[in-house]
Design a protein around this ligand. Sequence first.
Ligand code: CA
Length: 230
Amino acid sequence: MRWIVRLLLVEDNDRLALLTKLELERMGFAVDRAASVAEAEAAIRASRFDLMILDLGLPDGDGTSIIREIRMRRLPTPVLILTAREGLDDRVAGLDAGADDYLVKPFEVRELAARCRALLRRPAAPLSSCLTIDGLELDTSQRTVRAGEEVLPLGRREIALLESLLRRPGQVVPREVLEQAVYAGEEEVTPNALDALVSRLRRRLSQAGVDAVLRTVHGVGYMLSAARTG
Ligand code: CA
């Protein structure tokens, strides 16, 4: 028996969606189409797809939110994003959000199909490694942070800072090490940028009810330790 690949094509342009769907079906894929963020979210809640092809510019929002939802729900579905030629920022945002590949419009459906097959051949992503303390959990591959069931809305720098601290729980991490981890490659970093970032992270953690304590060790650096011992 042949294994049928189920694709979800998320594209709001009717003509492009119809042509792409027909051609992909001719190549043997089973294709469902969604025309908006809402439709795509409903589709991924209702069924499992082997792969998703996602246009980022959708009438009711930005397609990257769908990638985040997929990654947050830890679905293994690979995502290929479609972007405009000038859409470098979109592309970067899409890949940062967890897309696996991209194709620039206009594209040949044959190339799209080849990319899909390549993604489907990839081995499943290795189990992501999680750093945890007191119910706080950082997934280092997805770059997401949870406190229990709740996903914390942390920025890239807050996550980088938290990761450095979580890698040395209960130890003082020197400022220079943290600055390197958070601001590597950036030219202008003000002397108290790190302190402001730490304050923000501390506030986010306490708002989320995290018990772990982020301490300032004056003149040295910062330390994250478990509130509970033993
Ligand atoms: Ca569009």
